[in-house]
Design a protein around this ligand. Structure first.
Ligand code: ASP
Length: 313
C-alpha cells in the first residue's frame, strides 16, 4: 500500500511568482495540482493530500502560525504516515526548532523543505528538494521534525540557514545529518521513542524572550530595559565557546535574581558553547546563565519560550 503523506503548504519562495513589487508567495490548490503533476516520482509512490494552511513569506511567520502548524500536525498524525511542509527558507529553522519543542516523540516523520528559487523557475532547486523531502518521509526509520534541503537531512532542532543564495543553504550545527542506507534514512544517534506529546504552551511566552548578540560595544543597560519592558528570557549569542563581557554577566545576574532566565549559545556555526572552559564562562554560570551547549540559537529561543511559559503559569 502506498504511504499516505500530508503536504502542508505555507508559502515561501518555493511557491513564489513574480509581481510588480517582487517575488510573492502563491500557494494554492491549483498550484499544488500543477506541481504534483510534474513530480511523477512522488505521485506514483505516495498518496499525497495537499492543503494550503497559509500563503506567506516566512518573514511574516508568527508564534501563532507555529501553533497552527503544530495543531495541524497533531490532528493528522494518526491519519498519515508522514508530513511534508513547504516553507520559506528565511525562518524555516525557527519553525523547525519550535515544532521540535512542541511535538515530542512524534510517531511519524515531519519534513520541512523549501527552495532558493520558485518551483516553476528554470533550474529551480525546488523540485529536487521537494522530491528529497518525500524520499526522506517515505524512508525515515523514526518520527520527528526534520529539515531536508540541498541534499542534506537535518534534525529540526539542529539546523540553521547559512546561505542566502546557494542551493546548499542549511547546515546542521552538530554535523549529525541523516544518511540513507539499506533503503532507510537514519541518524547516528537514533533516539528511543518515548510517548508522544503535543504541548504548544510556549506560545504564551510570545514576545517575552530576547535574542541578543554579543559585540564589543554591547550596551548592558539594555538588559534592564528589556526586563522592565516584560522580557523574562534571554538567549545570548556569545563569542566562541561562551565568552560574554563582564558587564553583561553582571547585568544578566541582576535580572536573573529577579526571576528572569538566560541561556548562552555560540555565535559560531559549529562546536557549540561550553561555559566550563574559560573563566568568563564559569563566571557566567555563577551568575545563573544556563549553558546552551550545542543548541542552535533558534532552538535555544524555543526552549527559552517554553521555560518562560512554564514559570509564568
Ligand atoms: N523570503 C522567503 C521566505 O522565507 C525566502 C525563501 O523562501 O527562500 O519566505
Amino acid at each position: 500500500m502506498r504511504k499516505r503523506i500530508l503536504w502542508i503548504q505555507t508559502g515561501g519562495t518555493f511557491s513564489c511568482a513574480g509581481t510588480e513589487s517582487g517575488l510573492a508567495p502563491c500557494s494554492s490548490e491549483e498550484q499544488a495540482r500543477k506541481i504534483l503533476l510534474l513530480m511523477p516520482q512522488i505521485i506514483e509512490r505516495y498518496e499525497v493530500t495537499p492543503i494550503v494552511l497559509m500563503n506567506i513569506d516566512s518573514s511574516d511567520m508568527t508564534t501563532a502560525d507555529h501553533k497552527r502548524i503544530g495543531d495541524t500536525i497533531d490532528e493528522n498524525i494518526v491519519k498519515y504516515d508522514g508530513i511534508v511542509i513547504t516553507h520559506g527558507t528565511d525562518t524555516m529553522a525557527y519553525t523547525a526548532a519550535t515544532l521540535s519543542v512542541m511535538l515530542q516523540n512524534l510517531p511519524i516523520p515531519v519534513v520541512l523543505t523549501g527552495s532558493q528559487r520558485p518551483f516553476f523557475d528554470k533550474d529551480s532547486d525546488a523540485p529536487k528538494n521537494f522530491a528529497d523531502a518525500f524520499m526522506a518521509v517515505g524512508k525515515a526509520s523514526m518520527g520527528g521534525i526534520f529539515v531536508v534541503f540541498g541534499g542534506r537531512i537535518m534534525r529540526g532542532c539542529d539546523c540553521t540557514k547559512v546561505d542566502t543564495v546557494s542551493d546548499d543553504a542549511f547546515c546542521s550545527a552538530t554535523g549529525n545529518e541523516g544518511k540513507t542506507a539499506n533503503g532507510n534514512v537514519t541518524f547516528s544517534d537514533n533516539e528511543n521513542q518515548g510517548s508522544y506529546s503535543y504541548d504548544s504552551s510556549l506560545c504564551k511566552a510570545d514576545g517575552k524572550v530576547a535574542l541578543l548578540d554579543m559585540h564589543p560595544s554591547f550596551n548592558p543597560d539594555m538588559i534592564a530595559l528589556l526586563y522592565d519592558s516584560g522580557i523574562r528570557g534571554f538567549v545570548i549569542r556569545c563569542y566562541g565557546a561562551g565568552g560574554m563581557p563582564e558587564k553583561v554577566r553582571a547585568a544578566l545576574g541582576t535580572v536573573i535574581a529577579k526571576g528572569a532566565k538566560a541561556i548562552a549559545v555560540t555565535q559560531c556555526l559549529h562546536g557549540g558553547a561550553d561555559l566550563g572552559i574559560y573563566a568568563v564562562g564559569t563566571d557566567a554560570e555563577k551568575a545563573g546563565i544556563i549553558d546552551g551547549g550545542n543548541m542552535t540559537a533558534e532552538y535555544a529561543l524555543a526552549v527559552m519560550m517554553k521555560t518562560v511559559s512554564d514559570i509564568e503559569q
